[in-house]
Design a protein around this ligand. Structure first.
Ligand code: ADP
Ligand code: MG
Length: 386
């Protein structure tokens, strides 16, 4: 008897999230003229949704029916993908949601992930989505006391680069140029960012102990947080094997990044892999602006920023950041910083240098400056990659 066979596989269903305000505002055009038609011609069933407000993608990803969607594709910058992972990982069924393939067709200002993956070109990115091949993606979670945890897939930064990124948000009509102008201003008006940073050696990295969905003792509580007690403000010094980074009372910049490119124009290091389970941290206490400025002018595109010895480097399995000056409150919200800045610039005039806690930057989005624990969740999600 002839065997019954499935002749046609079920068509893949893609949800396109288009941010009309991303980058210089051409995401809708990119979607209408290239992405949607190419996906549809390739036999995918496409549902398109525009993001209507900031963090709308968090709400969409939180509610998306996983029975209804096989791939979630963002047409915007890295910020909307950041929102998508936060929406998916805060769901009660996060363990299932994290397996949904997510992808990016770049239409933002920085486009660090697409540049790193070699999918900066719209056609290449769309072809990768059609092909549907995925790679495991390391995810990072940043926890602060009494605040919801924030998940990240690209970068965490504090200091000069973070301020340049966040402060330039109002100039987004300039596209990628906004980072260069704001970066230049921040470099020549270099600030000091007081605080302490502790790191956990890489071999102590948390191993994801997720039980499979069919296991009877399966609980879908939350992606685990192993060192939560370190957020307790009474325990300033974390125990061994945590160690403090060189005993400096301040930093000028600090960056933990998961992809080789920080933006379209800043190539950091080809040693970075987005799925090797390692956190990489670069930091500098340099306060002479020309020592920071020159490597960026000369080397930002060729990956030699790191080689010039401008920044120190360490690999780690966890990071604890305690911002603020000893004896002063370390918990400053972004809003308060605006006022603190005015006060600080007065004392800065006296000191001849800016000194303030700054703002934390997580995947290009601002985060309150407070005691923060960052952990890695190796290979936690599936990213569409060529
Ligand atoms: P870019 O790389 O240009 O920063 P992103 O993808 O990071 O692009 O998106 C920038 C911001 O736009 C995100 O913070 C997102 O929440 C916000 N956003 C999304 N949709 C809208 C909208 N309709 N109006 C205003 N902001 C929006
Ligand atoms: Mg952004």
């Amino acid at each position: 008897m002839a065997e019954k066979c499935e002749v046609f596989p079920k068509p893949r269903r893609a949800l396109l999230l288009v941010n009309p305000c991303g980058g210089i505002g051409i995401a809708k055009t990119i979607s209408d003229t290239v992405v949607k038609p190419m996906l549809q011609h390739s036999g995918l069933i496409v549902k398109e949704q525009y993001t209507e407000y900031r963090r709308h993608a968090v709400d969409i990803a939180y509610k998306v029916d996983l029975e209804d969607v096989d791939t979630l594709l963002v047409v915007s910058g890295d910020g909307v993908l950041h929102e998508v992972i936060n929406g998916l990982l805060s769901r009660p069924d996060w363990d299932r949601a994290r397996q949904l393939p997510i992808g990016l067709v770049p239409a933002g200002s920085g486009n660090a992930i697409a540049t790193s993956l070699g999918t900066r070109n719209t056609f290449v990115a769309t072809l990768a989505a059609i092909r549907g091949r995925t790679a495991k993606l390391d995810i990072f979670s940043a926890a602060q006391r009494d605040r919801p945890r924030i998940f990240s897939m690209l970068l965490f930064s504090w200091g000069m680069m973070a301020d340049a990124d966040i402060e330039s948000d109002k100039y987004r009509w300039l596209g990628g140029l906004r980072f260069e102008i704001a970066g230049f201003i921040r470099m020549i008006r270099l600030r000091r960012y007081p605080g302490k940073v502790y790191v956990l050696p890489p071999k102590h990295t948390q191993v994801s102990t997720i039980t499979p969905p069919d296991s009877p003792d399966h609980t879908q509580s939350e992606p685990t947080i192993q060192y939560a007690s370190l957020l307790d403000r009474s325990s300033d010094e974390p125990p061994k094997p945590w160690r403090m980074l060189p005993d400096m009372p301040f930093f000028s910049m600090l960056l933990s990044i998961n992809f080789p490119c920080v933006s379209e124009d800043v190539f950091f290091s080809s040693a970075i892999r987005f799925n090797d389970g390692i956190m990489r941290l670069w930091y500098s206490c340099e306060t002479r602006f020309w020592r920071i400025l020159l490597p960026f002018v000369l080397d930002q595109k060729n990956g030699k920023l790191v080689e010039r010895g401008l920044m120190q480097y360490t690999e780690c399995g966890g990071i604890l950041i305690v911002p603020g000056v000893e004896g002063k409150p370390d918990d400053v919200t972004t809003h308060e910083i605006v006022d603190a800045n005015a006060v600080n610039s007065l004392s800065a005039q006296k000191l001849g240098i800016y000194q303030r806690p700054g703002v934390f930057d997580i995947d290009g989005e601002a985060m309150p400056t407070a005691r923060t624990l960052i952990e890695i969740h190796p290979g936690f999600m599936n990213l569409i990659a060529p």
